[in-house]
Design a protein around this ligand. Structure first.
Ligand SMILES: [Zn+2]
Length: 478
């Protein structure tokens, strides 16, 4: 059995069995259990991140030619697509030539999933995964099981820039279902991977207080969080005037949009570095901050990333914004070649002046048609980023979310926290009214809880307008 499937198997082992085995197995470090492929990929990523731009480009071109060749030889969909476009892998003599290949998008995957495969879908080591959720129609595709170890190696190589080590302890707040232990604390420990899991479905003030007390007992550790979980925790720390225990060394936050104001609030309240990354379940583009800069450095050896304008032309000027188009090097079972992700970013440079890495730099990454949009009566959209109040408007509120069923109207759902009083509702209404300016008329509803998505994430807008072609930034679930 390969080391990779060993990790996958371990992650699927029931908690009770893990607990018993973990105590016995936990003497070996996670790098041992993660296996040789993980260790090799980590070493490769660590050396490749310092390549010159020419070295990276040459390597990327070779990889793209290889994946295009596999696609043309073995997948009926790509053979047809590239034959019609009059392009062959031999024609790709520079990265500029890659633009001769037509782009594909989510509808391609929905309509041609089977024909895109280069192997039988029942072949060993091929998984079917789905992304998506509440608003949009879920999308399913096939991917090789080896992806986990490869991706995890790149994540660890990224996190190392924030001081994390492959064998460091993690305190995870990311949507795992965690049952109460014998003391009623929603915590479990995986001794093999050295991960403490806490339930982010139960972040009441009382539970967060208990999480902090427990965190203080686990030694040096890194928080591994969704940005929304961290934001909930930050607001709690702030209003309860508490601090994270001193053994927490840093914050690793990914898989959701990071709002600058949330990052700033967390860094102010915790006095720790907030380190984030961008990735997605299709495993095409992975980008992470560096030691000094919070721009996203695109890993050149993970996949090929392009930024394109709406007319398909490449974005080359710093400060311009375009759609992230990815070509993955990892998934050979079902290649994604020039896939329009639906995510948008601003080009921040082609090398980092702070760390010297010759990587494409992105900032302000955002899903284009995410459910994080409110739709006005005239069909125009207001982005959540614009609506979000970065002052004390939501003090005393544990969670909040807009639910929208029809354009121009919405319901603001609030989960009161400790110390909430009803005059707050009016304050919130007035603050938001000023921003929304009658373009969205909303009422306020107090509720006991706001359901998280099936991945345990918070969305700020539960967008339910029928037929609105809204697709999640979903998953982004690395
Ligand atoms: Zn840098």
């Amino acid at each position: 059995m390969s080391a990779l499937s060993r990790k996958n198997l371990w992650e699927r082992t029931p908690p009770r069995v893990k607990h018993a085995l973990g105590a016995a197995l936990g003497v070996a470090p996670p790098t041992f259990w993660l296996g040789r492929a993980f260790r090799e990929q980590l070493a490769f990523a660590n050396s490749a991140q310092h390549w010159s731009a020419d070295e990276s480009s040459a390597w990327q071109l070779e990889r793209i030619r290889r994946i295009v060749r596999i696609a043309m030889d073995r997948s009926p969909y790509y053979k047809n697509l590239y034959t019609n476009a009059g392009v062959n892998y031999d024609d790709l003599t520079s990265l500029d030539d890659v633009r001769r290949l037509p782009t594909i998008d989510k509808s391609t995957i929905r309509n041609h999933c089977d024909a895109m495969l280069t192997v039988s879908k029942s072949a060993p080591g091929i998984d079917y995964v789905t992304t998506g959720g509440s608003g949009g129609e879920p999308m399913g595709f096939y991917i090789g099981a080896e992806r986990s170890a490869i991706e995890y190696a790149y994540l660890v190589a990224s996190w190392q820039r924030a001081g994390f080590g492959a064998n460091s302890v993690q305190a995870v707040f990311r949507g795992q279902i965690v049952a109460p232990d014998r003391n009623g604390l929603r915590h479990s420990y995986d001794a093999v991977l050295r991960r403490h899991y806490y339930s982010n479905f139960h972040m009441t003030d009382e539970n967060m207080g208990r999480y902090l007390e427990h965190l203080a007992t686990i030694g040096d550790c890194y928080l591994h969080v969704y940005p929304s979980s961290m934001s909930t925790l930050t607001r709690y720390l702030d209003r309860a005037e508490r601090r994270l225990p001193a053994n927490v060394r840093g914050i690793l936050a990914g898989s959701e949009i990071v709002y600058d104001a949330d990052r700033a609030a967390t860094e102010r309240v915790t006095q720790l570095r907030y380190f984030s990354w961008y990735g997605h379940s299709e495993k095409l583009v992975l980008a992470a901050e560096c030691e000094q800069s919070s721009d996203y450095h695109v890993w050149p050896t993970y996949g090929y990333c392009e930024l394109i304008a709406d007319d398909g032309s490449p974005i080359t000027r710093i400060g311009d914004r375009g759609e992230i188009v990815g070509t993955g090097f990892i998934n050979r079972a079902m290649p994604f070649i020039r896939y329009r992700t639906g995510d948008y970013a601003t080009l921040a440079g082609m090398q980092c002046s702070a760390c010297g890495r010759k990587h494409m730099l992105l900032k302000d990454i955002q899903g284009h048609r995410t459910q994080e949009m409110l739709v006005c009566a005239d069909g125009s959209e207001i982005s959540w980023t614009a609506v979000n109040m970065h002052d004390r408007t939501f003090d005393g509120i544990r969670r909040f979310q807009f639910r929208q069923m029809q354009p121009g109207k919405a319901t603001l759902r609030l989960v009161p926290g400790d110390g909430f009083d009803h005059s707050r509702t009016e304050t919130i209404r007035r603050s938001l009214d000023r921003k929304l300016d009658q373009r969205i008329v909303f009422d306020v509803e107090l509720c006991d809880e706001i359901e998280l998505t099936h991945r345990g994430k918070t969305t700020f807008v539960d967008q339910r307008i029928p037929d609105a072609r809204r697709e999640e930034t979903e998953a982004r679930a690395t």
